[in-house]
Design a protein. Structure first.
Length: 372
């Protein structure tokens, strides 16, 4: 049995999930650690990029999202800091009795360096948490960080873990997948108002071709169906393409409202960024965990589950190209039994293997390996 730990977790933002999917998992992970009796504090820089962009959505949406966060996570102790000369004193006080400090990879490099400079003096262990593809696509950005001062790296995919172990020479690395916060994401009985749902962001042109082939193309051929998209960073040209295909663009969706949105959809799509379907095969998006946790039948663009997280063809259906995607969607929309079986299988796999409660136990096992 792991002793009660003082865990300190730094992330880009806990409050805002605008273009910040990592918040989904981190909130659930911290909540489960608290549920297990550990002393957890959560830190974010203010103002965060994600929060600034959330505010641009309009005061009503921003206030609603922030209010919903505090109502949904009353146990989270979120503390704010400024990335200036005051941070050194702030960190020294806050980390004085810490056992383990978890630093998410979107934390500013100067903040990371300040935290690590306190490690030997204060005696805590520090873990670097990577949930992105920069180690693969922009390794020079990751190498700006003093990685060898960490006690280990948590990587959300085996392919990324190998980059740290073999490419960066980090001695201690663990594959630490994301998961669904099943305290929030679970099946709900709602009247359907959408046939096909895609929840995800357009940003950075990382899956433009994929969305055109596996979303926009099939939708153009199914104008009799209600197909909708939630997400941000869709440029005017992308919104024009959605409109021409008959897709309803619904904009920003507060993640805590996603379970209701999934419940109103007949089926959902999973379209990973191209890096996760080629060089980083085996890494699903957080949306895959969440949609399956909601019991929503899922159809995926090409994605190889190298780590055998799910049961291909049983928990979800994979389409090889745009024409196959259209065919799979049409078949599932008219086959109630097939949808029910997919939904049941996917939900069972999530509940058995991929909840934030599972990951909290995995993290505590890692802390025990570190002597904590």
């Amino acid at each position: 049995m792991t002793a009660r730990l003082k865990l300190r977790m730094f992330a880009h933002s806990w409050i805002s999930d605008w273009n910040h999917g990592n918040a989904h998992f981190l909130r659930g992970l911290a909540s489960e650690l608290i549920r297990l009796g550990h002393d957890v504090r959560c830190y974010e820089e203010t103002p965060s990029w994600s929060m600034l962009n959330l505010m641009k959505e309009g005061s009503e949406k921003a206030v609603d999202a922030v209010r919903l966060f505090w109502e949904s996570f009353p146990s989270l102790d979120v503390r704010f800091f400024s990335n200036d000369q005051s941070f050194s004193r702030f960190a020294a006080e806050e980390l004085r009795e810490a056992d383990v400090v978890l630093i998410h990879e979107w934390t500013a490099p100067e903040v990371v360096s300040t935290i690590l400079s306190l490690k030997s003096k204060l005696g805590f262990c520090a873990l670097f948490h990577d949930t992105h593809h920069r180690a693969y696509t922009c390794p020079q950005e990751i190498m700006r960080l003093p990685l060898h001062q960490f006690d280990g790296v948590l990587a959300f995919g085996e392919a990324i873990r190998r980059i740290y172990a073999e490419g960066f020479g980090i001695r201690r690395t663990w594959t630490f997948q994301e998961a669904a916060d099943t305290q929030k994401f679970c099946p709900l009985r709602m009247e359907k108002d959408t046939d096909v749902l895609w929840v995800g962001n357009w940003g950075d042109e990382e899956r433009t071709r994929e969305l055109e082939e596996f979303l926009i193309g099939p939708a153009s051929a199914m104008r009799d169906r209600n197909i909708a998209v939630h997400g941000v960073r869709y440029p005017a040209e992308a919104r024009r393409k959605l409109s021409q295909a008959g897709i309803e663009y619904r904009g920003y969706l507060c993640n805590l409202k996603a379970p209701t949105t999934y419940a109103k959809a007949v089926l959902a799509l999973h379209v990973p960024r191209r890096y996760y379907s080629n060089g980083l095969s085996g890494v699903p998006t957080i949306r895959m965990f969440e949609s399956l946790a909601c019991g929503t039948p899922l159809v995926c663009s090409p994605w190889t589950d190298k780590e055998e997280l799910f049961r291909a063809g049983e928990d979800y259906v994979c389409a090889a190209d745009g024409r196959a995607m259209e065919a799979e969607i049409r078949n599932l929309l008219r086959d109630d039994l097939a949808r029910q079986q997919l939904a049941s299988n996917g939900l069972e796999t999530i509940q058995r293997r991929h909840t934030c409660a599972h990951r909290a136990v995995e993290l505590l096992d890692i802390c025990e390996e570190l002597g904590r």
